[in-house]
Design a protein around this ligand. Structure first.
Ligand code: UTP
Length: 290
């Protein structure tokens, strides 16, 4: 029987060194694209994909994330007093979005180690893990696209996207057979291969559906590059024991954990906004670019 995916884990305990100094005292996941923090985009995506219960893995500076999803009493009072009802409703909706709990990864020992902190929360259910760095702008929520593949094959699913040229070396890359359009059965995966050695142009991006046996695999995973417990290494252990699938997502993926990717995402999302898009487009058209 296929269990419904009800729970999601959001690792948010990384150091965010690519975004210093912005991330010196506040979490990368609270950086805002236009006016919404990255973590809110992915939490909303998960809720739109059927997730009911959320665990955010935090590290230092946990309070900004917690406060964001909590009721902001003084702010709400002030908005009501000033008659800003619509704004009040928007702010209140953030705290009503889902059941969210928090746990702490005491040291940033890698993504695999961060996900391991969710063991008790997950129990014996399949679950999703989402990285706020990867913002996917798509018709159907990215996680929903993956849930459909999970339900069909009853096996773990990772998200993948095609990456052209040498940029592939910045990602985990899969070696896989396409079993139906945009769905792949994975044979192997490698972390950040040299361009010439990449087994395909299919990069792993920050969305995963795991079964609880991933925790046993993480326990067996030795620290890899940078002394970190890599989730790709844990997935390779599990791959020897069970089928693993990948879905090529429909939509545009933005690497919002990187300065250039963040700027691109900001421009693209701002252009799509009903309240800003028109004026912003006019401004961009007026830039004297060559
Ligand atoms: P990244 O590889 O982007 O690492 O992590 P990072 O430390 O956040 O950022 P850079 O590379 O130093 O700029 C991918 C995701 O995994 C989480 C991060 O918070 C991010 O969402 N993560 C990573 C953890 O929660 N714990 C870790 O030990 C490592």
């Amino acid at each position: 029987m296929v269990n419904k995916i009800r729970k999601a884990v959001f690792p948010a305990a990384g150091l965010g060194t690519r975004f210093l100094p912005a991330t010196k005292a506040s979490p990368k996941e609270m950086l805002a694209l236009v006016d919404k923090p990255l973590i809110q985009y992915v939490v909303e995506e998960s809720v739109a994909s059927g997730i009911e219960s959320i665990l955010i893995i935090t590290g230092r500076d946990k309070s900004a994330i917690e406060n964001h999803f909590d009721i902001s009493f003084e702010m709400e009072q002030m908005l009501i007093e000033r008659g800003k009802t619509e704004m009040f409703e928007q702010i209140r909706a953030i705290s009503d979005i889902a059941r969210i709990s928090y746990t702490r990864q005491k040291q940033a020992l890698g993504l695999g180690h961060a996900i391991y902190q969710a063991k008790d929360f997950v129990g014996s259910e399949p679950f999703a893990a989402l990285l706020a760095d990867d913002i996917v702008d798509s018709e159907k929520p990215a996680l929903q696209q993956m849930v459909e593949v999970y339900e069909k094959y009853n096996a773990p699913v990772i998200a993948t996207m095609q990456v052209a040229g040498e940029d592939i070396s910045r990602f985990g890359v899969i070696d896989a057979d396409e079993v139906e359009p945009n769905v792949f059965k994975i044979k192997d995966m490698v972390e950040k291969p040299a361009y010439a050695e990449a087994p395909s142009d299919l990069a792993i991006i920050g969305r995963y559906i795991f079964t609880p046996d991933i925790f046993e695999a993480i326990e067996q995973t030795k620290p890899g590059s940078g002394g970190e417990i890599q989730i790709t290494d844990a997935m390779r252990i599990l791959l020897k024991k069970r089928p693993f699938y990948a879905v090529k997502l429909e939509g545009t993926r933005h690497d919002a954990g990187d300065k250039l990717g963040f700027l691109i995402a900001t421009v693209e999302l701002a252009l799509k906004r009903a309240d800003l898009g028109k004026e912003f487009r006019e401004y961009l058209k007026g830039l004297n670019l060559r």
